[in-house]
Design a protein around this ligand. Structure first.
Ligand SMILES: CC(C)(COP(=O)(O)OP(=O)(O)OC[C@H]1O[C@@H](n2cnc3c(N)ncnc32)[C@H](O)[C@@H]1OP(=O)(O)O)[C@@H](O)C(=O)NCCC(=O)NCCS
Length: 434
């Protein structure tokens, strides 16, 4: 990780954004066995100290596999025999104690010196048996029946970090073995958590040419399930169920969590619905719809006129807002050296000011802007500028500041239309949604 002090300064917006939010974190058995676990725990402790309400769900699949030797599974789910239970409970206890010990380290050489973290566990989960699936009795393998959110919230309110082992109790007092990834998703949903953070070995998901996918929608995640591990299904369920942001980060990479949560670039993959389903890159078939949205604004002098040919040539720079296969808004991002121009921001009049109507946190214009910023950040750019004649206040509302012609890249200065006399607006970028 970058040791430049600017890195820490730049994290300020993320620190404010995350404070008092609830994050549910899944640490599977592989993470618990990895040499980097100590650093992961230190980073979680830092996140806790910064005011995030943390619930850590640990698994122990790897340790159980080693201890039980031959074990039976059905559709990737372990069948838990009564005779396995003492081994499982021993492993859960051991792993939880290890984690609690790591969170308690107070040696002068540890980053946790002077920090006092209360780790709380308890009977937070009621479970029920999975039962018989495809004729296979899953015995003491269970599912979450109820998360006692009130108890978890009380512990979080009191400033504790809540730690959950993958087990739950039935009303008759029976212990059930749960899948840790399912439990983490259930807990995130029940608590209305802001984030579900899943640690795995490889971290971010990648595209077919091996590049990291920094952000994707649940629909896109669905396409990864074929190749994916079980935890992706739980992430998808959490995401579709309303957990605003699910993040996959590597437990093997030192500092991955901090980079993911507190920097614009991130280090993992984030799955979120907000604009993913609505804002998408434009393609050649969108040209006519874009023309329909922007022509009246061009005629009114609000936007600079673009010919259809130019639109076709530049279509790759465009993002569109798509509602039910209907293009209702657009914007374009043109990269320059070290910065990018945001141009042609337009929302169809019947879809403006719809944030409250559509029960969303942000309107279509704001969602387009958020996606444009992401596109610019992904292109390695740190500032976004725009030229506006009638929407200065809208840009100011979205953290742009007034700038002068000299702040623009030279080629853009040379093209400046003095007759139009547009105001230059600039925004320093931090990535949304980390
Ligand atoms: C600017 C524009 C893209 C915003 O789209 P939108 O989907 O309505 O945007 P949002 O829902 O994110 O924001 C709505 C808020 O912005 C305000 N707003 C909209 N246009 C504004 C403008 N020109 N100046 C100041 N504020 C404006 C609305 O009053 C509303 O405020 P509220 O939340 O306090 O009620 C849209 O109004 C538009 O297409 N305008 C014409 C084209 C244009 O001016 N483009 C920018 C120049 S490149």
């Amino acid at each position: 990780m970058d040791t430049n002090p600017q890195w820490f300064r730049d994290s300020t917006p993320y620190i404010s954004k995350h404070r008092n939010k609830t994050f549910v974190v899944l640490l599977e058995g592989g993470a618990l066995a990895h040499a980097n676990l100590v650093n992961v725990v230190h980073d979680l402790a830092l996140v806790h100290v910064l005011g995030v309400r943390l619930v850590v769900v640990h698994g122990a699949r790897q340790q159980i596999d080693q201890a039980l030797g031959e074990a039976s599974f059905h559709n990737g789910r372990r069948i838990t025999r009564e005779t396995d239970l003492p081994t499982l409970l021993g492993i859960f206890g051991e792993q939880r104690a290890r984690l609690e010990a790591l969170f308690s380290t107070g040696l002068p050489t540890s980053p946790l010196r002077e920090t006092d973290i209360a780790v709380v566990s308890g009977n937070f989960i009621t479970a029920r048996p999975v039962g018989i699936v495809d004729g296979v009795d899953h015995l003491l393998t269970g599912r979450t029946r109820r998360v006692h959110s009130d108890r978890v919230n009380a512990a979080l309110e009191a400033g504790a970090l809540v730690m959950l082992s993958p087990m739950g109790y039935s009303p008759s007092g029976q212990v059930f073995n749960l899948a840790a990834d399912e439990l983490a998703a259930d807990v995130a949903l029940a608590l209305g958590a802001e984030k579900l953070i899943v640690f795995n070995e490889t971290g971010a998901l990648t595209n077919p040419v091996g590049e990291r996918i920094s952000i994707m929608s649940p629909v896109e995640l669905h396409g990864h399930l074929e190749t994916g591990e079980q935890h992706l299904r739980s992430i998808l369920r959490a995401s579709r169920g309303g957990v605003r942001s699910c993040q996959i980060v590597s437990y093997a990479e030192d500092g991955a969590l901090l980079t993911e949560l507190f920097t614009a670039a991130g280090a993992g993959t984030q799955i979120r619905e907000s604009y993913g389903a609505l804002i998408r890159p434009a393609n050649a078939e969108d040209v006519s719809s874009i023309v329909e949205v922007i022509r009246p604004l061009e005629e009114a002098g609000v936007l600079v006129r673009r010919s259809r040919d130019r639109l076709e040539e530049e279509i790759d720079h465009f993002l569109v807002a798509d509602i039910d296969n209907n293009v209702v808004g657009c914007c374009a991002v043109y990269p320059f050296d070290g910065c990018a121009e945001l141009a042609c921001v337009a929302v169809h009049p019947s879809y403006r000011d719809t944030a409250a109507l559509r029960n969303r946190n942000s309107g279509i214009g704001a969602s387009l802007l958020e996606a444009a910023e992401q596109k610019a950040v992904d292109a390695g750019v740190e500032r976004l500028f725009a030229l506006t004649t009638q929407s200065r206040d809208w840009f100011v509302d979205h953290a742009f500041t007034d700038a002068s012609l000299e702040d623009l890249p030279t080629p853009k200065q040379e093209m400046y239309n003095y007759q139009r006399n547009a105001q230059v607006m600039i925004k320093e970028l931090v990535r949304h949604g980390r």
